[in-house]
Ligand binder design. Sequence first.
Ligand code: GLA
Length: 387
Amino acid sequence: MLEKMRKVFIEKFGNGDSIQEFFSPGRVNLIGEHIDYNGGCVFPCALTIGTYGMFRKRQDKKVLCYSMNFENKGIIEFDIENFTYDKKDDWANYVKAVIWAFGEKYGLIENGFEFLCFGNIPNGSGLSSSASLELLVSRILIDEFNINIDMIEAAVLSQLAENKFIGVNCGIMDQFAIAMGKEKNAILLNTDTLDYKYVPINLGNVKIVITNTNKERKLSESKYNERRSECEKALNYIKKERNINNLSEITSSEFENLKNLIEDETCIKRATHVVYENERTKKAVEALEKNNLKEFGELLNQSHSSLRDLYEVTGIELDTLVEISLKQKGVLGSRMTGAGFGGCTISLVEEKCIPSFIENVGKKYKNKIGYEPSFYIVEVGSGSRKL
Ligand code: GLA
């Protein structure tokens, strides 16, 4: 891949001198869904698939961007001293967003650059191709413009870029997992304090299979914001009696005593998901640490049911995949992952059963939904880095 990228770089930007090469992974969340904007605990990991980037500093102030994933967009150009969000610049807005966020805190970079990228994260799969690109650019700015910050701050700035420049109100999970990923480990992250710990993923003869619904995602952004405000509303009701900053500060038994304060059935459902999902995440990590994969799998299943029935972010495609997956031999657990409304599921599958899993789930899903899902068997990789 890198070989091909170098060729294209030379084709687009002239000679091949002083090219610097970078990689930034995608991520998958094992458990702890829709709670990173509620101060809860999440448990994602970085993947070995992701976005490759090639960089070369320029003497002037121009930034020239080319993506091998969007060749029809050609070279997208902007000036580091004068740029704004521009819909027609499409993916390159993420490059601008990160330069902007770093600039807010550390001043603008002094030189422009040439930038070529290629990503092998399937588009729209919910495996965070945009956060991957953001952290790729962050890593480049840190390394090539000597900005002295650690990768946690890079994650925070990338989230700021996404929230304020792109206008997507995401939590910190994706950026953190991608910035801080570690080979063969998942990250238990407290999204309130940003305390974290690495937990080795020793699954023995079990693998994590990602299945993509291949559903086109449309509604997800507006529904995402709607869920955020429903949680805020629930929090405000509870605040009348308990002085808390987020829903994850209370235990499930405290919540059972407080939930009658919430004067809205829908908001009760959303808050119930948040409080129990936070506890499930901690339990799941304990189960994994004790090598109890059966319990880990059951917690994944409970997480899915809660996202389906209480948080209502699944949909027929994700529910069908999980339902069929759980009927297959050698499956210990299955759930939707990421924002929902499409995207992917993860399933824990015994290695020897993977071929039949893929065949049966593929067939049955197509029968019901009308098109095929895709499967990826993932390896847990490390965070954004220079190659
Ligand atoms: C998206 C967001 C994350 C998180 C998940 C749901 O991936 O970017 O911040 O909220 O949805 O857990």
